[in-house]
Ligand binder design. Structure first.
Ligand SMILES: Nc1ncnc2c1ncn2[C@@H]1O[C@H](COP(=O)(O)OP(=O)(O)OP(=O)(O)O)[C@@H](O)[C@H]1O
Ligand SMILES: [Mg+2]
Length: 150
C-alpha cells in the first residue's frame, strides 16, 4: 500500500474499521520509525469506529483507553505506546496483562519494546517513511484483515 498523504491513511483506517466491526477484538501492532504516522493511523481508526473527543498520544502514560460507541459494539479500545516501556514488572503493575486477557481492541505502537509480553498480533502494519513524505505500508497477519485493507 502507498499513503501519499493522510487521506490515503484514512481510507485504510475506514476499511480496517469495517473489517473489525461489529465488535472489535484484535491486537494490532504498528511498526515504523519516529514520525512514521502510527499515532495518526490509530486516531483515524478510532475516529472511523466513532470515538469522539480528544485522542492523545499515550507516550508518557503508555496506555490510553476508550469506550467504543454502541455502533461499534460498545466495547473498549486501548492504545499503547511502548517506546519508554522498560521494566517487565510494569506489565503486571499497570494492569496490562488484564487488558490483553479481556476482549477489546488493542493498538500497539513500538510493540518491539514489549516483545516479551505481547500476545501474537492479529495484524501488523509496517509503515515506512519515504523521502517524498509518502508512506509505504505493508500488512501481515490474519488474512481477512489483511485482505480488507486492499
Ligand atoms: N499518512 C500520512 N501522510 C502524511 N503525513 C503524515 C501521515 N501520517 C502522519 N503524518 C504526519 O507525520 C507526523 C508524525 O506522525 P505521528 O505522530 O502519527 O507518528 P508516530 O509514528 O506516532 O511517531 P512516534 O514514533 O513518535 O510515536 C505528524 O505531523 C503527522 O501529521
Ligand atoms: Mg506515536
Amino acid at each position: 500500500m502507498l499513503w501519499p498523504e493522510e487521506a490515503a491513511a484514512q481510507t485504510t483506517a475506514e476499511r480496517l474499521a469495517g473489517a473489525l466491526l461489529p465488535s472489535p477484538d484484535a491486537v494490532i501492532e504498528l511498526h515504523g520509525p519516529l514520525g512514521a504516522g502510527k499515532t495518526t493511523f490509530v486516531r483515524l481508526l478510532l475516529r472511523a469506529l466513532g470515538v469522539q473527543g480528544r485522542i492523545k498520544s499515550p507516550s508518557y502514560a503508555v496506555m490510553e483507553s476508550y469506550e467504543l460507541p454502541e455502533s461499534a459494539g460498545g466495547g473498549s479500545a486501548s492504545h499503547f505506546d511502548f517506546y519508554r516501556f522498560g521494566d517487565p514488572r510494569e506489565w503486571e503493575d499497570a494492569g496490562f496483562r488484564d487488558v490483553f486477557a479481556a476482549p477489546g481492541l488493542k493498538l500497539c505502537e513500538w510493540p518491539e519494546k514489549a516483545a516479551g509480553q505481547l500476545p501474537p498480533a492479529d495484524l501488523q502494519l509496517f509503515i515506512e517513511l519515504m523521502p517524498d513524505d509518502s508512506r509505504r505500508v505493508r500488512a501481515r497477519g490474519d488474512a481477512r484483515l489483511v485482505g480488507a485493507l486492499q
